[in-house]
Design a protein around this ligand. Sequence first.
Ligand SMILES: *[C@@H]1O[C@H](CO)[C@@H](O)[C@H](O)[C@H]1NC(C)=O
Ligand SMILES: *[C@@H]1O[C@H](CO)[C@@H](O)[C@H](O)[C@H]1NC(C)=O
Ligand SMILES: *[C@@H]1O[C@H](CO)[C@@H](O)[C@H](O)[C@H]1NC(C)=O
Ligand SMILES: *[C@@H]1O[C@H](CO)[C@@H](O)[C@H](O)[C@H]1NC(C)=O
Ligand SMILES: *[C@@H]1O[C@H](CO)[C@@H](O)[C@H](O)[C@H]1NC(C)=O
Length: 943
Amino acid sequence: MEKLSGHVNNPVRHHNRSRFTAYCLGAASLFLLWQAFYLPWLEPSPQATLLDQQSLDILEEGLVKCAQDKYIPERSPSPGRKNPRHNNKTGQKNAVWIRNATVFDGEKFLEGAHDIYFVNGVITITIATAANTAAGQIPDGFTEVDAQGKWITPGIVDMHSHHLIELPGNSEMASDGNEVNPDFGPLTPFVRSLDGIKAYDKTATYIAAGGVTSSLILPGSANIMGGEAFPVKNLLRAGPDGEEVVEELLLEYGIPTERRQRYMKMACGENPKAVYSHTRMGNAFKFREQMAKGKELISKQNRWCLSAAAAKEAGDFMAIRELVKPPPHGKPGYPEALKLDSTVAMLRGKVNVNIHCYEPEDLEDMIRHSAEFGFPINAFHHAIEAWRVPEMIKNSGHNITIATFQDAAFYKFEAYLASLHAGKILTDHGVAVAYKSDHTGEDLNARYLLSQAAGAHSFGLGAELALQAVTSVPAKSMNQAHRIGYLRPSYDADLVMWDSHPLSIGATPVEVYIDGRATINNAVYLADSQHFTAASIAPPMKKEVLPEEKQKICNPAMNLQRLVLTGISKSFANTIGIKHTADNDSKMTLILESGKVACFGASGECVHNAATDTVIALEDGHVLPGLTAVTGNMGLLEIPSEESLMDGEIKKNKDVFDPANLVYAKYGIHLEGTGFHRARIGGVTKIVTPPLSQNSFIKGVSTAFRSTGNYSILDGGIVVDDLALHVVLGYMARSDATPSTSDQIGKLHKLVKDNKGKDSVYGKVADGNLPLIVHARNKYDIQQLIKLKREHKAVKIIILGGHGAPAVAQELADADIPIIFTAQRGEEDLWEKQGTLPGPPLSKSPTRLLVEAGVKFTIALVSDWSSGIHNLLLEASWAAKFAGLSHQQAVDLVSKDAEEILGLPKSEDIVIYEGNPLEYGASVVLTVDTEKGRVTECWPSVT
Ligand SMILES: *[C@@H]1O[C@H](CO)[C@@H](O)[C@H](O)[C@H]1NC(C)=O
Ligand SMILES: *[C@@H]1O[C@H](CO)[C@@H](O)[C@H](O)[C@H]1NC(C)=O
Ligand SMILES: *[C@@H]1O[C@H](CO)[C@@H](O)[C@H](O)[C@H]1NC(C)=O
Ligand SMILES: *[C@@H]1O[C@H](CO)[C@@H](O)[C@H](O)[C@H]1NC(C)=O
Ligand SMILES: *[C@@H]1O[C@H](CO)[C@@H](O)[C@H](O)[C@H]1NC(C)=O
């Protein structure tokens, strides 16, 4: 009796305690009574002795598990709920009353200003400011925060991140993302990200500084079933003792384990295929076989549970003995296997299933498997090509969320058919879309997840849908929308106050509350309001030109026509002598004749004839110079993971001193490719690319070429054949020939010293007749380059990367070493990036330090594939916002300044936009090469 009633304490029965307890106690007592009074009178068979206590325990434990099989954790909000993460030692101390905020509540924009009240880590009141002031509803004793009309959103939710299990810095020993030991093979549903989480990874703090308060930490995608994922809040040391305890990071800290949500990470397509040398056919079979094993165990369990319940009810001790008897190879009682536990739970619908899958056929295949075996699908992750089959996804029988990237694309075959309009297409078909980071470093930095929503909005996704895609949609998909993803009473007090409209460029948190705790405290590093006013309304979406209009205007004859563009608000094309409109409110007109500027001025000045001229009437036209982008490999490859779809790669260049081994990008360049469409919609007219190489200290000689217009290699397509010699320092350039950074820098000294006056590329570099672009990040490596420059003044050193540059900005300026800066939103994801400034709101912006010291620099994107070359000017605009630069200076950074630094001829390209391209939502109307007199692009578009 004692023993049985002890089961009442089993935590499982918290859920449905009264009914289940009554059942157990009732049934158990009857059973004991029956044993005591009736057994002795039965005809005893030789084995039919009294059931021992141990057998009864096994039966009862099994029955508890049978009940557990049907239990699905709570998934709906409950009024008056507490935040289980709150503790009264380190948790939110004072209640907070935020006054006068502009609110997006996770679903919609609230009308008028609002006040928000939260206490003990839970939001308890949201009320219109006016009503509150009138009614005085707020209780006493609180910290008052005046939002002054600023935007507040729920904390951003990232449903796909690998921080905490993959420490930044490329340390193999701190990398726990993929269980690829061959002992296990491609099916490891039984491993858990939990066991790899490091509760000291300060990446969480950086990510939170971007407003991302919750993240789902998934195992990697090497395996078909990668293991269980765990949601966390990005607040380190949040427990009562303030220690680095994994448990205290968990979103569901404070909730009994068996009542928590479970998450499975799966993968299909290229990754498991590549790691295990399977085909898609093999992947599918392996997976189905695993499902079949799970099903088999479930049948056994169900049979056992039915028999156990029946045997107990009937008091059939023979049957009970049979049920608690160990099978030939296992333990007695309820059938289970640790290795199959998560598979079984998944097949019982108790696990949120998150599948990394890209291509339509992979999505379809998984949906087919789910129908065959009966498991749910919560989300397809990455799913770059899902936009091609929205109806198939919608009709799958599951409510599948597409957790995808807005910009990242083309990095592998299954990410090739990406669409910048995917978010709009999918949501138009009623498919839920979430944006997520895949955080592994600065190229997919979770901290800037919100900017994906902003990008999606510019490509047509409604403002509320875009914000839902980083708040409530991922929260719902994760079955945590009763706690996170909304800013409403009874939700966790995770909220972000932004410096400008959250969908505007460079929107940055002023304050981030997690469980009611302020985590930024002192955001002193925000924008210089002189040049960038805090946008309070959402920027526009890109205006799509009607096909008829495009056809009318964009035709081969357009070069010969007089093209009249009216409605131009501003010009930043100083470089070609087209002047600023200054504070003049009246719109201007630009007239092109044979691809040259014939007139630019007030509409009265530039008269046109509507009957004979082609008139393009703009609403908010902007004129800019063509931009120059320094890229990693554009023009030399189509898909980086496909050896056959690229120029080919120098690997471990052995004799680095023999100029005969040098590679020239100019010999391999193609003037088209998928990425080029994105360059064209971003107003990029010139691209600089070094040769491809892997682990090569000497990369080779870069070339500069046109990315717009129908130029060929024979006809102006290449702007500068030999632009610069590229040399790489550090980890990425280690090979037998140059095994260490010290060796590399030593060789660089030798290269400069030994080649002076020689008639070779190295001679030109040594004499300063060809720039030397050194890919360098580390502060100390950069100091070495300053030293080299001091010793060899003639050498035209340019640094590409430059993470450590802000720390030695003055010395760089004094040495006249310019930077092609890729670290304005950098992260310490390599050891040699140690000391990378995190930027606002945690530190001054790194670009500001460069500006203050007078370092010459241009902005380049971290990679060709992660953010998208169409965002180059937006990146410069973002930098300018925090560096105290004007709009004109932002434009110059990626046009005039880039040309000067790289020694390119002054560009004569102009780009005319509808909308302000320094903010989201502008589109290129025309690109004109005014030197050659050619309209090179007309309403360029992308998939
Ligand atoms: C703080 O929490 C502890 C443990 O939950 C509880 O015993 C104590 O009463 C709480 N103190 C206050 C002031 O709420
Ligand atoms: C709210 O903030 C806006 C913007 O700063 C201000 O104009 C308005 O007066 C404020 N309202 C209240 C009630 O404080
Ligand atoms: C499907 O999921 C989305 C996002 O998770 C949610 O907004 C929507 O209400 C769900 N639809 C149904 C029918 O459950
Ligand atoms: C605006 O500029 C045009 C010429 O560009 C000039 O004619 C006009 O007077 C200016 N208006 C003002 C208010 O300065
Ligand atoms: C480029 O050439 C192609 C094929 O010759 C032609 O269809 C297209 O209109 C041209 N584009 C421009 C902008 O002249």
